[in-house]
Every structure is written in C-alpha cells, then in structure tokens.
Design a protein around this ligand. Structure first.
Ligand code: ADP
Length: 481
C-alpha cells in the first residue's frame, strides 16, 4: 500500500468516525481514552479535549466499575464484545442506556494495544420496552382480576399464545395444540365450527356455552374475534373466555324462584276470583248496589293481579323453553275483529279502528296470538293517554300477513327501541303511576311471534306515536323449538 492510499483511507476513516451518530471511542489497555468523536461529545457531555487522556472509568457508574475489569479481561484474550447493553453516566451525572460493541486494536505484530468502542444510545428503545412491559402488566392484572382467559389461535386453530389458562394445563402444554386435544369431542367440534366461521366471515362471535371439563359442567362466556394483521388480513382468532358458572346458576335459581312464586300465587288468586264472582252474581240478584260496586272494583284488581302473575309464569316458561303451542288454522281477519271487539268493550277512552284485510288463513296458536294482539293494543292505549284512537291496519306482503298497531302517544326514544323486546326492559319511568308494568309483555309477545316463524318490529317517534308491525308467515308450519 503506498503513502497516498494510506492517507486517503485515513481521511475517509476520520470522516466516517466524525459523522457517525454512534459514539466511537478508543482507549489503551490501561483504560486511557485516546480518541473521542463528536457523537461521544454529545452522548456523554465531555468534549474531546476533556476526555482524551482521562480514564474511560469516568463514564462508568460507580456500581458498575467491575464491568471495565471484565471488558479488559476479554480484550486481552482477543474476544470481541457485541451489543452489550448497560448504563453509562454523563458529565452532568445523568444516566443513559447504551449498547456497546468493543473490538481489540492490534499493532503490526498482532499485539493487542487497546480497544475501539462503539456506543449506541438505546434510551428510546428502552423506554418503549418499559412502556410495553407496563402495559402488558396492566392487561395481565386486569385479566387475572376478571378471571379472563385470553388466547390466540392461527388459521389451523392451533393455539399460538394463551394467558391465564385453566389450572389444569400450563400455557406451554396448550400452545401448538387445538381444542380437540383438551375438550370433549363434541364441544371441540362446536368450538371449531364457530371459530372457523369467525375466520371466514371476519365477524366476531359472542355466546355463553356449557362445557364439561374435569371440574364438571361449567358455563363460559366466550368472545371470539378475528385476529387481524395491521393491513386487515385475518390470520386466526383472538378469544376470551370467562367462567360465569356462578352467575348462570344464580340466574337459573332466580328464574326457578319466579316460576315457583308465580305458581304459588296463582292458586289462591284463582280461588279469590271465583268467590268474588259468585258474590257479584248473588249481590246483583239481591240488588245491593253499593256493595256490588265495591266487589266489582275488587274483581278488577284481581284481574290485574292474574294478568301480572300470568306474565311472570309465561316469561319463566319461555326462559325454561317450556311454553307450549297449539297449531290450528286461524282465519286471521275475523280473529282480529273479535279480539278488537272484546278490547273495545272494556276500553272507553279510545276508539279502536280496523282497516284493510289480510284474507289469510294462517297456522298458529289462537290463545297465544290473541295474547300478542291484546298486549300490543293495550300498550297502544296505555302509552297514548292524550289520544282518542288506535289504528289496526291489516295487509299482506308477498310472504306474510301484516297487522300494524298504530298509536298516537308518547312514543319510544330511538335509544330504547332496540331493547324493548328484552325481558324486564321498560323504556319509560316506572315511578309514573300511569305507566305501571313489569316490562314482560313485549318480551313474551316477541317470543310467541318468533315461534310462529314471524316477526315483531317497532317504529316510533317520540311524542308522535308508535307502530308495531306483527308479521305472520303465510302457509307456514309452526316452527319447532
Ligand atoms: P310494560 O308492562 O312495562 O308495559 P312491555 O313489555 O309491554 O312492558 O313494554 C316494554 C316497554 O316498552 C314499556 O315499559 C314501554 O316503555 C315501552 N312501550 C311498549 N309499548 C309502547 C307504546 N305503544 N308506546 C310507547 N312505549 C311503549
């Protein structure tokens, strides 16, 4: 190599060192600093003038001084140090995270005479790592507190990751396996079906399922979401599962209680009603007007009680899947007219107007469908105290007979509309005397209509009124279930 080439190379090397963002420093085997680039000045706060000739130990925190001994030992043996993460101290005493790479410098004969050090500031990365760690800690505590199991499965539904698994298996035992390896075959097949569906449709899934594990039958609240990469590609599922056995059992006991309580109430009330009606007949024969009036009021109150208890009974039967249905042909138009006539006789405040026809004969349960109509029309009257009429509109669509019940009352706010068919849901303030009820009528009506293969929907504008549309399929068998 000639003189000029060596000179050029040296100049290039010096330029590289000067422009590097990493601190580049060299030192002797006695730890004395021999060079100090611009980045080192910025990183450690000492100028080259201040640093050169000093010991490198000045940037090593007191408690880490033994690191220099270890580094020197390695250097003497000619060992390179790569990406060693540690802490160094700046001139102003603050600490920084650095990643060090250190190589021995040799003379012409190959003797090690010192070391070149590259230090990279990894403060940002450390900060991110710590933030990530903290965030993971927080998530894990929350999952633990809520007894939630969180997992991911790839497209073949092999577990790739699981947190807070059931006590029986560790996460190492689960990762790499599928549901079929832990769960009863039938339940595994079911889980596989719904998870595949989530992957295929990209839509999330929620259900409470019963699973038989070694601890017996337990209920789990499952949420299964598509696991998406940042650009949207679905690569598997992310799921959570929470043991809700206690809640479900409590709910079942409560339903059971409602069912027994309403049964027990029904018997004495029926007897009371029977005697009241006998008395009404007797007193009216005797012409005792005043007592008769009181008895008739008693009878009306008893009828209200019977209605409430029947609603409770029906709701608990539906909940337990025990509501029974008859299927008989119903000539819909006369059926609606008869039901409305009966209601009109006991509703002096509103005119019930029927218009249109369906000309349909449908298959259904007369008593249950009558109950639906009565419920919708009494609601229409109850929730339109200022109005004078309720319209009942009959028509057909291609596949269904339609009965619309339209009132001109208080209406239902949009935020409530989606919930009014839920059990015990009430959209209006129950403290107002006018609107008393248990919030079960529409739940029962909706269930009955669904069992007929039909639908019950609502349209409403607050202050203007509400229209319920009852649609019943033409020529359809009563659905089983
Ligand atoms: P409730 O016994 O409380 O009347 P329902 O199940 O029959 O129970 O109705 C549920 C809720 O829906 C009611 O509490 C009421 O807030 C609202 N609702 C039902 N029908 C009407 C209607 N025609 N107009 C306005 N609100 C209604």
């Amino acid at each position: 190599m000639n003189q000029i080439e060596t000179e050029t190379e040296r100049a290039m090397f010096a330029a590289l060192v000067a422009s590097s963002e990493d601190a580049i420093v060299s030192k002797t085997l006695q730890s004395i600093i021999t060079s100090w680039n611009v980045a080192a000045e910025h990183m450690f706060g000492y100028t080259a003038e201040e640093a050169i000739g000093q010991s490198i130990r000045m940037i090593i925190p007191p408690e880490l001084q033994q690191e220099e001994d270890e580094i020197l030992e390695k250097l003497r043996q000619g060992i390179q140090i790569q990406h060693y993460e540690t802490v160094r101290q700046r001139k102003d005493g603050t600490r920084i995270y650095v990643s060090l790479s250190i190589s021995p410098i040799k003379d012409r004969e190959g003797n090690i005479i010192g070391a070149a050090k590259i230090a990279r500031d990894i403060g940002e990365r450390k900060k991110l790592e710590e933030e990530l760690h903290e965030s993971q800690e927080r998530t894990q505590s929350a999952l633990k507190a809520g007894s939630v199991t969180l997992y991911q499965q790839d497209r073949d539904l092999r577990y790739t990751w699981i947190f807070n698994p059931l006590p029986v298996y560790s996460s190492e035992e689960i990762v790499g396996k599928t549901d079929a390896d832990f769960v009863e075959p039938e339940e595994a097949a079911y889980l596989t079906t719904i998870k595949r569906q989530v992957i295929e449709t990209g839509e999330s899934y929620h259900e409470v399922v019963k699973a038989t594990g070694i601890a017996g039958a337990r209920y789990f609240d499952l949420f299964i979401e598509p696991w998406r990469l940042r650009h949207g590609q679905v690569v598997g599922v992310t799921g959570t599962s929470r043991d809700v056995t206690e809640q479900v059992e409590l709910e079942q006991r409560k339903d059971n209680f409602i069912s027994i309580a309403s049964h027990e109430l029904r018997t004495p009330i029926t007897v009371l009603r029977g005697f009241t009606q006998i008395l009404i007949r007797k007193l009216s024969q005797q012409g005792v007007e005043q007592s008769l009036g009181m008895l008739q009021k008693m009878d009306a109150q008893i009828s209200r009680l019977v209605k409430l208890i029947d609603e409770l009974l029906d709701a608990s039967k539906i909940q337990a899947g025990r509501l029974e249905y008859e299927a008989e042909p119903i000539d819909l138009d006369p059926f609606v007219h008869e039901t409305v006539d009966v209601l009109q006789a006991s509703s002096p405040t509103h005119i019930l107007r029927i218009s249109g026809t369906t000309d349909a004969i449908i298959l259904g349960d007369k008593d249950r469908l009558g109950q639906v109509l009565i419920n919708l029309i009494t609601n229409a009257i109850k929730y339109s105290p200022q109005a004078k009429s309720v319209d009942i509109l009959l028509s057909t669509s291609e596949k269904a007979a339609l009965i619309r019940i339209r009132d001109y009352g208080i209406g239902i706010a949009p935020s409530h509309q989606q919930f009014i068919f839920d059990r015990f849901y009430r959209a209006h303030d129950s403290s107002k005397k006018t609107f008393r009820g248990l919030g079960m009528g529409l739940y029962i009506a909706h269930e009955i209509v669904k069992r007929h293969g039909g639908d019950l929907t609502v349209e409403s504008e607050e202050g203007k009124g509400t229209t319920f549309t009852l649609s019943l399929p033409l020529n359809k068998e009563l659905s089983q279930g």
